[in-house]
Design a protein around this ligand. Structure first.
Ligand SMILES: Cc1ncc(COP(=O)(O)O)c(C=O)c1O
Length: 372
């Protein structure tokens, strides 16, 4: 690859801190876990943080802690990473999809109310690609209908809407730390909430259903091993301490792309939405309407063949074969999602991407588009 799609940003400080943990006997359930969780409550202003081994585990534990299960429906978007929907299914509940807003690419608040039934327990909105656009309206609708919000903020660490941070909109909110995310712990996730009982439940569920006072071999409920090691936490502590620097770097890279690609009418470029300050997770351009799915896929292949790392974030979740089968979905069910998903190109995007590399990517992309 000449330019990678994504790269983690690890400094000497992260390496030192991870190595320092390895010189102690506390590799799990140690002081770095507590420090990592405290760093998150401090950063977000939320009362409780429970670190887990992935964003998916975090979302699944939210379902369990909130008592969401068979017979329940959770409204979410079909334009997201698969785990937003599968975390609902893992709990035995049913994801009910609502199409997206063609501008923000987040769930369309205007279309939520028509899908609420007496089985609806929660809304699981996603800050897709990092943008919290529309979350104020979504919260309003949830409140009006007495629905819980499980905020899938896995892609949005550092983003704000009206100055309010992503991860503070949900009754429970989850961040994820795979190496392509704004900060990484290698693998990992964290659950945030202001509710002590929900936090306590997540602490128990992530640790084999152990009770507060039952000791290592006492188990009070069906639990899991979703713990995050102190090695991961040490990495995450340093990464989170750099979040402002990381956000500035990502916003700079986004700005370069926006400047270079702005006047190309074959492309729709991600733009900052009103009242948002977005810490982009990925930079996803869209082909104009005259392009179709086959052409988009060809363009992805050509970019990849020329050494540019790209991806098709996201194929519609409702059309993933097992979901389409299980939930009886077919093409045409969510036309905005399908229209958008057929034309996306995620371009290389990471903290230390240089202006030269951005230029290379844009030149290559434009040359390929010239052939059409
Ligand atoms: C929107 C969204 N939800 C959930 C997840 C799941 O996170 P993880 O890969 O850590 O399980 C991701 C990760 O890519 C995501 O983008």
């Amino acid at each position: 690859m000449r330019v990678h799609l994504s790269r983690p940003d690890i400094t000497e400080k992260e390496i030192q801190e991870v190595c320092a943990v390895l010189r102690t006997p506390n590799l799990a359930l140690g002081p770095k876990l507590t420090e990592f969780e405290q760093a998150f409550t401090k950063y977000t202003g939320r009362k409780h943080a429970v670190a887990v081994n992935s964003g998916t585990s975090g979302l699944f534990l939210c379902m369990l802690a909130l008592g969401i299960g068979p017979g329940d429906e959770v409204i979410t978007t079909p334009f997201t990473f698969i785990a937003s929907a599968t975390s609902i299914m893992m709990a035995g509940a049913k994801p009910v999809f609502v199409d997206i807003d063609p501008v923000t690419l987040n769930i369309d608040p205007e279309k939520i109310e028509e899908r609420i039934t007496d089985k609806t327990k929660a809304i699981l909105p996603v800050e897709v690609f990092g943008s919290p656009a529309g979350f104020d309206t979504i919260c309003h609708i949830a409140e009006k209908h007495n629905l819980l919000i499980i905020e899938d903020s896995c892609e949005a660490l550092g983003s704000t809407l009206n100055g309010k941070k992503a991860g503070t909109f949900g009754k429970m909110s989850v961040f994820a730390f795979y190496p392509n995310k704004q900060i990484t712990t290698g693998e990992g996730g964290i659950i945030l909430t202001d509710d002590q009982d929900l936090a306590d439940m997540c602490v128990s569920l992530r640790n084999q259903g152990r009770g507060k006072d039952t000791g290592w071999l006492g188990h009070v409920r069906l639990g899991y091993n979703y713990r995050l090691s102190d090695i991961n936490c040490a990495l995450g502590i340093v990464q989170l301490s750099r979040i402002d620097e990381i956000k500035a770097k990502r916003q700079q890279v986004a700005k370069w792309y926006q400047q270079i690609l702005a006047d190309d009418d074959r492309l729709i470029i991600p733009a900052e939405q009103p009242n948002c300050d977005t810490n982009w997770f990925v930079f996803v351009v869209r082909l104009a309407e005259q392009f179709d799915l086959e052409q988009r896929n060809n363009i992805l292949t050509q970019l990849s063949d020329s050494g540019i790392g790209v991806s098709n974030y996201f194929p519609p979740v409702h059309l993933q074969p097992f979901i389409a089968e299980q939930l009886a979905h077919k093409e045409g069910n969510f036309p905005v999602t399908e229209q958008v998903a057929a034309r996306t190109i995620a371009l290389p995007f990471y903290n230390n991407l240089t202006k030269d590399a951005v230029n290379t990517v844009c030149t290559e992309l434009k040359e390929i588009l010239d052939k059409y």
